[in-house]
Design a protein around this ligand. Structure first.
Ligand SMILES: [Zn+2]
Length: 112
C-alpha cells in the first residue's frame, strides 16, 4: 500500500516537472505569465550568471597561461575567483577542460 502511495507521488512530481519544463520553453522569460514560478526563474538566472562568470574567469586564466585551460576549477581559487559557485538549486558544476566551460547538473543554461 505504501509503495503505491509513493509511486503515485513520484508520478505526480514527474508530471509537474515536465509541465513546468514545457511551460518555460513556451514562454521563456516573458515575465508576464502567472504560471511562471518566480523562485525557479531566479535560480535559472543566477545559475546562468554563475556559468558566465566562470567562463569569463577561465578565459582570464587562459590569457596568462599560454592559452591553457585550468586542469581543474580549484586552480582558479583564489587568484581568479574567490570561490567556485554552485548551482542555486544545488550541485557542483561539471567542468569541461577542453572547452573551458562549466555546465549545470540541473540543466540550467546561460542566458542568450
Ligand atoms: Zn543550475
Amino acid at each position: 500500500m505504501s509503495r503505491g502511495v509513493f509511486g503515485g507521488l513520484l508520478s505526480l512530481v514527474l508530471v509537474m516537472a515536465l509541465a513546468h519544463y514545457l511551460a518555460r520553453e513556451r514562454f521563456p522569460q516573458s515575465g508576464t505569465g502567472a504560471a511562471n514560478d518566480p523562485v525557479d526563474t531566479a535560480s535559472d538566472v543566477r545559475c546562468g550568471a554563475n556559468q558566465q562568470v566562470m567562463a569569463t574567469v577561465i578565459a582570464s586564466y587562459r590569457v596568462s597561461h599560454q592559452g591553457e585551460n585550468p586542469a581543474r576549477l580549484s586552480d582558479l581559487v583564489p587568484q581568479y575567483v574567490a570561490a567556485i559557485p554552485s548551482c542555486p538549486k544545488g550541485g557542483a558544476y561539471a567542468y569541461d577542460r577542453r572547452a573551458g566551460t562549466v555546465s549545470c547538473p540541473n540543466g540550467h543554461r546561460t542566458m542568450p
